[in-house]
Design a protein around this ligand. Structure first.
Ligand SMILES: NC(=O)c1ccc[n+]([C@@H]2O[C@H](COP(=O)([O-])OP(=O)(O)OC[C@H]3O[C@@H](n4cnc5c(N)ncnc54)[C@H](O)[C@@H]3O)[C@@H](O)[C@H]2O)c1
Length: 280
């Protein structure tokens, strides 16, 4: 017999969630930030810039952080600094996210050390800018390999673990360039737009297992990645920001903290723009 509520049942994956799971997810939202203590987070590309700020912000909430980066010596320095600033266990593990074998090895080390992974921040990213007609195939490929395939490699491996443990938070760092495009960045824009599709699809697949997957799209944030832009480009960009300033890595990090916190329990598959109003 059909019920008056039948027309709400539009998502076949959501229907596989039991009442108990749905109520657990709601209860999670009632918990405080204290619940984050002793959770374990991996931050790819965490040695500097936005990733470093994310790691520091999470470690301040007593989340044990793994600084995973291609540059393992810089990751070591960052991990030591964060551990001494926050008194939270923070370790460095070298990893090239573009290489699935390197990702597996990194995860093995993390599991040997901490036993579980509660939070994954796919932050590692690169640029190799040039106009479309001049872009070398290798520059196209390496940006896709790191920014998109790298996130896929981590998401697939960690997603499996989180599905088994029936909990987890994943945040992918995309970019407003993935939303609006940018001349000279076809490779970067394609990788970041791809990350948005990856986020929404993974969110649908993992929701019934208690895993939330969201993306953050930063605008212009002051890091080494943006430092190298010519001054004329920077002042042109500044004129396009309604809030009248460039973003700080911490502006992004605080949004990531919210997304991995119990307060964001009912948010999944969302793309949160952190750009001072550039894209609206
Ligand atoms: N800075 C911005 O304005 C801005 C804006 C939008 C999005 N983003 C995104 O935010 C993320 C961080 O950017 P950032 O500005 O801090 O950059 P950054 O260049 O300062 O730091 C990137 C980090 O990623 C690491 N990395 C590079 N390739 C890697 C690989 N193959 N495997 C593992 N680690 C690797 C680098 O060693 C570095 O530590 C990137 O995904 C970037 O695309 C940045």
């Amino acid at each position: 017999m059909s019920s008056k509520l039948d027309h709400y049942k539009i998502d076949p994956i959501a229907q596989t969630m039991t009442k108990a799971q749905a109520s657990n997810n709601c209860e999670e939202g009632n918990k405080s930030m204290k619940e984050l203590e002793n959770k374990t987070a991996i931050i790819t590309g965490g040695a500097r810039g936005i990733g470093q700020a994310i790691a520091l912000t999470l470690a301040k909430e007593e989340i044990k952080c793994v600084i995973s980066d291609l540059d393992s010596s810089m990751a070591e320095v960052t991990a030591k600094e964060i551990a001494s600033l926050t008194n939270t266990e923070t370790v460095a593990v070298g990893c090239n996210v573009a290489d699935s074998k390197s990702v597996s090895e990194m995860l093995k080390k993390v599991l040997d050390k901490f036993g579980s992974i509660d939070i994954l921040i796919n932050n590692a990213g690169i640029t190799a800018d040039s106009l479309l007609v001049r872009m070398k195939e290798e520059d196209w490929q390496k940006v896709i390999d790191v920014n998109l395939t790298g996130a896929f490699n981590c998401l697939q491996a960690v997603g499996k673990l989180m599905m088994k443990q029936r909990s987890g938070k994943i945040v992918n760092i995309s970019s407003i360039i993935g939303l609006r495009g940018n001349a000279g960045q076809t490779n970067y824009a394609a990788s970041k737009a791809g990350l948005i599709g990856l986020t929404k699809s993974a969110a649908r697949e993992l929701a019934s297992r208690g895993v939330n997957v969201n993306a953050v799209c930063p605008g212009f944030i002051k890091t080494e990645m943006t430092d190298r832009l010519p001054e004329a480009v920077k002042s042109d960009l500044l004129a396009q920001i309604p809030l009248g300033r460039f973003g700080e890595p911490e502006d992004v990090a605080r949004v990531v903290l919210f997304l991995v916190s119990p307060w964001a329990a009912y948010i999944t598959g969302q793309i949160i723009v952190v750009d001072g109003g550039m894209v609206m």
